[in-house]
Design a protein around this ligand. Sequence first.
Ligand code: NAD
Length: 466
Amino acid sequence: MKTINKIYINGQFVTPHGEEIIDLINPANETKIAQVQLADVDDTRRAIAAAKAAFPAMRLSTREQRMAWLQQLHDAVKSREAELIDTMVEEYGCPRFFAESTVQRSYTGFLQMRDILADYAFETRVGGANVVMEPLGVVGLITPWNANYGFIAGKLSTVIASGSTAVIKPSELSAQQTAIITECLHAAGLPDGVINIVTGRGDVVGAEITRHPDIAKISFTGSTQVGKTIARGAVDTLKRVTLELGGKSANVLLDDVDLEQAIPLALQVMSWNSGQACIAGTRLLVPESRLEAVKEQLRKHISHLTPGENIGTSVTAQQYQRVQNYIRKGIEEGAELLCGGVGRPQGFDRGYYVKPTVFVNVRNEMTIAQQEIFGPVLSVITYKDDADAVAIANDTIYGLQAYVSGKDAARTAAVANQLIAGRVFVNGVYDEPNAPFGGFKQSGLGREFGTYGLEGYLEPKAIMGQ
Ligand code: NAD
């Protein structure tokens, strides 16, 4: 069994001052795989001090230097691709293809930000003013467990491009993945103190980052509940915040849709990352007139979601229980179980595997239609006409992503226009890494990726008389 007892401060791997130890469990077989020594408030303060000391030089670094660092980060992460994938599969319980794509996106993200940086105008003229986009200072990056490498790399790439320095607090549930990506980031050879990584509890390390006066900005990805706690805490020192939070995305099928295409897609987007995706399309909105055909197609295609092959586990026993409770709640509230249900899938007597589950006759006010379940559970809701579909889709506290499918381009465009969501996918799923990513309403604040993301880490300064 492994022991993870190092954090990364000022270019050094150091033993945490914190003494709390937690166990990491392989979610596919429930065996203990590692012990982790967690950082505490002292460790966090040392990391922040290192990042603060590194900032003046970082602030003056040139575009070319930052582009070279982003290239080095890419190369260093890519060079350990196979180990990163193996570690993610073991610690997280996901299918291999998902770990492969996560790792690939992680290192590619450095190059995407390098390309944005290459063309970005840090100085513009506005009448008589010279407007300079300045880095913010020390940025706290607080990330969740559901794509650990991706969130660390994506946020860090923006910090480096902007000329700030970072204190990263990854999820304590991803400590093995963090240990290996930390080695990669160290090997990239950036100046000491530019990158610091402190794995610890949210209410300890995350809370200190939130309250510390030397943190200028927090970029957080995680639950809406914790995002609100961070936003409240950040107000005291007026930290800038970018919040990427939860979702309950609607997938609207218009009445002329081709179900042979739309239903496999609906099952794909509801089960992304084994259902542990903020962008998962977990509410399927179908016209009343086509409900029976939709049910038939769902029954037919759900068998292609195979736990252990293309669908992984819940991350922890606690998360597994949470998903089970939601399935029970759906039954109690009177939704009709079409497929799946409580308990493990057939053939599994251990591991946090969830049966891919579909509820029909769901009303949008039910708990399973309003709350983020974070498991492969789909709620099918019927609507009367396009206006009703839009109203139901938007009747949620969230607004991260939405989906619409249909044959008539004018109708899909009209619906897409009316959906309140940071991203809307029409007739498919797409990858545009430089398009803004983020949520309306309680799905977040601010945007990541591309120029939109970079500007979230910059502050305009107007200089006049020059
Ligand atoms: P979480 O909110 O429980 O934890 C996220 C991070 O915040 C972890 O590092 C955690 O230790 C830390 N944290 C916890 N309490 C804290 C506190 N009081 N102060 C500061 N930091 C604290 O989320 P999770 O369970 O790790 O991840 C799942 C959630 O993340 C889901 O709600 C999902 O929708 C959301 N998510 C959002 C996006 C997005 O881009 N919008 C992407 C992925 C996941």
